[in-house]
Ligand binder design. Structure first.
Ligand SMILES: *Cc1c(COP(=O)(O)O)cnc(C)c1O
Length: 224
C-alpha cells in the first residue's frame, strides 16, 4: 500500500468506528488545499469523492486538471464578495456563508444548469480572534435568507472552533454548535449536515454529532 492509501484506510476506519458508537454515519471531506491535483487523483482512485479547498483560484486550477473525475467540491475558506460568482459556478458546496450580503450574488450567479448550491452557515462558536463565521445570534436570520433562495439549498452549519490545547474546551465548542444545529432543525427540518472536526479532533466532533469531518494533514501529510 502507498502511504496515502494507508492513511486513507486508517482515517476511514476511525471515522466509521466513532460514528458507529453514535449509531449514525459521518462522512469524510478530504481537505486538499496546498496539495497537488495528483494527490487528489490518488485519493479519488481509492473511492474518495468529496474534496475541500480554501482558495478559489487554487481550486479552479485543480478542477481543470481533474475534469475527467466526478468529484464533489466544497469551498471551506472565507468567501470574499468579489468571488461569489466563481464560488457559485464552480463548487457543489459553500461551507462558509457568514453574512447576508453574499446571499443574493450567490443565488444570482448559480448556473441554471446545475442543481442548487449547497450551503452551510459558518458560525463562530468560541474564537474571538477569528474574523470568519457569524455570531451564534445571527444564525436564524441568515438561515431564513438562504432558505428563501431557490438556487441555494440550506444544509446545515459549519464551525472551526479555536484550537484549544484543552480538548474539553474543544468538545464544549462542538457541543454548542450541535445545540445551535438542533435548534435550527426545528425551524428547517430538512437540515442534515453538521460540519466540524479536523485531523486532531474529528473523533471528538463525531461524538458531539458531526456528520461531516474535514481532514487535511492526517490524510495528505503536513502542509509546508
Ligand atoms: C485546513 C482546514 C481543514 C483541515 O485541517 P487539518 O488540521 O489539516 O485536518 C479543515 N477545515 C478548514 C476550514 C480548513 O481550513
Amino acid at each position: 500500500m502507498s502511504s496515502s492509501e494507508t492513511a486513507f484506510t486508517e482515517i476511514c476506519a476511525r471515522i466509521a468506528h466513532a460514528a458507529s458508537q453514535q449509531k449514525r454515519a459521518a462522512a469524510l471531506l478530504a481537505v486538499s488545499k496546498t496539495k497537488p491535483a495528483a494527490a487528489v487523483r490518488e485519493l479519488a482512485a481509492l473511492g474518495q469523492r468529496r474534496f475541500g479547498e480554501n482558495y478559489v483560484q487554487e481550486a479552479l486550477a485543480k478542477q481543470r486538471e481533474l475534469v475527467d473525475l466526478a468529484l464533489e467540491w466544497h469551498l471551506i475558506g472565507p468567501l470574499q464578495s468579489n468571488k461569489c460568482r466563481e464560488a457559485a459556478e464552480h463548487f457543489d458546496w459553500l461551507q462558509t456563508l457568514d453574512r447576508l450580503k453574499l446571499i443574493a450574488p450567490l443565488a444570482r450567479f448559480r448556473p441554471a444548469a446545475r442543481g442548487p448550491l449547497n450551503v452551510l452557515i459558518q458560525v463562530n462558536v468560541d474564537d474571538e480572534t477569528s474574523k470568519s463565521g457569524c455570531r451564534p445570534e445571527a444564525v436564524g436570520e441568515l438561515a431564513r435568507a438562504v432558505a428563501a433562495e431557490p438556487r441555494l439549498q440550506l444544509r446545515g452549519l459549519m464551525a472551526i472552533p479555536a484550537p484549544h490545547a484543552d480538548f474539553g474546551l474543544r468538545r464544549a465548542a462542538f457541543a454548542r454548535l450541535r445545540g445551535l444545529f438542533e435548534t435550527l432543525q426545528r425551524e428547517h427540518p430538512g437540515l442534515d449536515t453538521l460540519s466540524m472536526g479536523m485531523s486532531e479532533d474529528f473523533e471528538l466532533a463525531i461524538a458531539e454529532g458531526a456528520t461531516l469531518v474535514r481532514i487535511g494533514s492526517a490524510l495528505f501529510g503536513a502542509r509546508s
